[in-house]
Ligand binder design. Sequence first.
Ligand code: MG
Length: 366
Amino acid sequence: MYAESSLDFDGSIRAKSIRERYQEQERMVLCKQACLSSETKGRLYPIEPCSIRTPFQRDRDRIVYSKAFRRLKHKTQVFLSPMGDHYRTRLTHTLEVSEIARTISRALRLNEDLTEAIALAHDIGHTPFGHAGETILNEIVPGGFSHRRQGLRVVEVLENGGRGLNLTYEVRDGILKHSKGFGDIIPAEPSEWACTIEGRVVRIADVIAYLNHDLDDAIRSKVIHEEDVPLKCKEVLGRDHGTRISTMIKDVIASTRVVDGEMLIAISPHVYEAMTELRTFLYDNVYRAPEVHTEFEKARKLLFDLYEYFLKDKDAFVSESTRMFEEKTLIDDAPYERRVCDFIAGMTDRYAQNLYSKIFMPSPLV
Ligand code: MG
């Protein structure tokens, strides 16, 4: 039903592929500032075009089929190895970011496929135990560590037996530029912006997702209570989880403007202020809460011990990392410390805990 005859460049008649027809639709439907899949800067290693999917749809699939993506389901968001089934993990966080980012993208007539691919990959470089893992690796690994840079390393090198996922430039750029810790929700410095508007949408969707679900999980865990939420946040953003997300998404869509031909993703001043206040509230009362911080310190020690152990025992590193990745994947020419870091960063919470027990805890003879 999609085949349609057209004249090719050399005058011969051929049927347009589904992808080509879809790319024509992109040109007709998307706004001028959107990133068209037909205009991608491409991949490190060029591949034959797919007859059905655009390059960005293909990237999305490559990410979803990757092992690093599947491991996100057993990585901490905030609450370590949560026992309750309803706490977010890094995977459910990723899915919420994707939904929020796609809603904003579609409303602004941006490329939803590109947005989705960036969102699904944005946290693929996260360590076990959330920011506890990131902090300790940054302290001990020569050259430091950040989940953004690690995300790029996962998709460029580590996945697929050392060959990487060979994603398009725009998706890789979006992974690298998606966050900057406790920096401004919308960075003032353009060099921090993703090269596509879709990448900038993911960055803001990430903040909207975690502000809301970390608050929701913190209330679920009774670290805080709904009545502790600052009054201004409730008045401006809403008094329940769904209303607050909706307020933020609608505000981004309504506040975004095109100035001199450039789309500036924006939040209105009063919502921006309330979001900033909510974030400070979460830092002071959740992320630094004794219940959370005590577990954070234990996780740091666990990963520190594993790192030191594998630095000293190369044979153990080769056999354990091959077992975890199901292949000899760490074969690039990076320094040994970086390869051990790749291994630790790739672990899930439960894998790290089991490995720690196996190495450091006594077990009875059978
Ligand atoms: Mg995130």
